[in-house]
Design a protein around this ligand. Structure first.
Ligand code: AMP
Length: 398
């Protein structure tokens, strides 16, 4: 894989697509969580240490019609200067004369941050002229934004064609790809995938693709109840997608045919309201009466799942087992997280991916006890769905 390690950036301007789409405080516009910025620091530092300069481009938020102050990347500049210990110039427009002048004047060791790419509609449309204009700002294109790798946007994919022989992955991208490949291409068996979250429709494709590689698929979260209902279970007021009932039966049949153990939670923590203080009781997942809803996998299911996980050599986890944000319904997710940590300690490779699973693992303080926590929600999901990600393909296909 071609990474920044394969290139000497001395005297070169690296045009780097970063993911600085960080949450900002609504009132003060202060950075609420800088992990996406710190993640890409090694890439920036390697290029600066070589004697190169960095021209950074990113999106921030979802601006609708052109520039909006609350989505300006200028709010990032002071923190970026502090983190990198170097001069950070800012261009008030990602294209145009000012950006051009600043990119021409930049000195080795310095950084130039361009204004939000999504102030231009052309970015998300993948406009080739917009990509060409951006490309004139740098000598070498580096993509370090895994979070947008599944988008064929101007700065994430289209631009790469203007850097034939002069493009590579940054460390964030390279790490994400290497870890995802460990799961999909080089998994040691038994391989267990834990798939949870609210909606089965979001996870159908990933489950379908995982049926080709995994030995066990453990289903949890709200999506489990569509499976239960399809099999004739009573699920009360639990989440359910009635238009997917047939598809869940097909998945169960495919799993059987392929010899994959697709497990559903034998019991659930049911509640009489979607509320942390609701009355709750443990019930078989297919025997939930009207007026009650399954909000977590039950203790028996948590034990079953923990046991499967503890016997696994490769573990992929996407989506929580229940409404883990509420302490009353966090136990299933917590037990599974602890089992993943334990298996990792015993030598298993574990990858946690998707925003909510990462949030869950952080909530239980276990982020350092798993092998890898991915930063790319949608991108990672699409990778595991078996799709080609445009941001990756654009670097690989010269
Ligand atoms: P997703 O983004 O699809 O991975 O879903 C994550 C969300 O699903 C979290 O906010 C959970 O609170 C929610 N969730 C998980 N299990 C359930 C459940 N049994 N009922 C309702 N929501 C759930």
């Amino acid at each position: 894989m071609l990474t920044v390690d394969n290139i000497n950036f001395n005297g070169k301007r690296a045009l780097i697509r970063v993911d600085f789409n960080v949450p900002l405080d609504k009132q003060t516009l202060a950075i609420a969580d800088d992990s996406r910025i710190t993640a890409t620091l090694p890439t920036i530092k390697k290029i600066l240490a070589d004697g190169g300069s960095c021209i950074l481009m990113s999106h921030l938020g979802r601006p609708k019609e052109g520039p909006e102050d609350k989505y300006s990347l200028k709010h990032i500049v002071p923190h970026l200067a502090e983190l990198t210990g170097t001069t950070v110039h800012f261009a008030n427009d990602c294209i145009g004369q000012e950006a051009k002048d600043l990119a021409t004047a930049i000195k080795p060791g310095e950084i130039l941050l361009l204004e939000n790419l999504r102030f231009y509609k052309q970015e998300e449309k993948g406009d080739i002229e917009f990509a060409r204009t951006l490309s004139t700002l740098g000598d070498i294109y580096v993509n370090d934004a895994f979070g947008t790798a599944h988008r064929a946007h101007a700065s994430t994919a289209v631009i790469a064609q203007f850097f034939k022989g002069n493009k590579c992955f940054g460390y964030v991208m390279a790490n994400e790809i290497a870890n995802a490949q460990k799961i999909m291409k080089h998994a040691e068996h038994p391989f267990t995938a834990i798939v949870g979250g609210a909606k089965v429709s979001d996870k159908l494709l990933i489950i379908e693709n995982l049926l080709n590689v995994a030995d066990n698929i453990l289903i949890g979260g709200g999506m489990a109840y569509t499976f239960m209902k399809a099999q004739g279970g009573r699920i009360g007021n639990s989440l359910c997608e009635d238009d997917r009932l047939e598809l869940t039966l097909e998945l169960l049949a495919k799993a059987k045919q392929k010899g994959v153990a697709l497990l559903l939670p034998s019991d659930s923590v049911a509640a009489d309201a979607f509320n942390n203080d609701a009355n709750k009781k443990d019930l078989p997942s297919g025997e939930i009466p009207d007026g009650w809803m399954g909000l977590d996998i039950g203790p028996n299911a948590a034990n079953d799942y923990a046991e499967v996980v503890s016997n696994s050599k490769t573990i992929l986890w996407n989506g929580p087992m229940g409404v883990f944000e509420m302490p009353s319904f966090e136990n299933g997710t917590k037990q599974v997280a602890l089992a993943v940590a334990k298996a990792t300690k015993q030598g298993a490779f574990s990858l946690i991916g998707g925003g909510d699973s990462a949030a869950a693992i952080n909530k239980f303080g276990l982020e350092d006890e798993v092998s890898y926590v991915s930063t790319g929600g949608g991108a990672l999901l699409e990778y595991f769905e078996g799709k080609e990600l445009p941001g990756i393909a654009a670097i690989l296909n010269d």
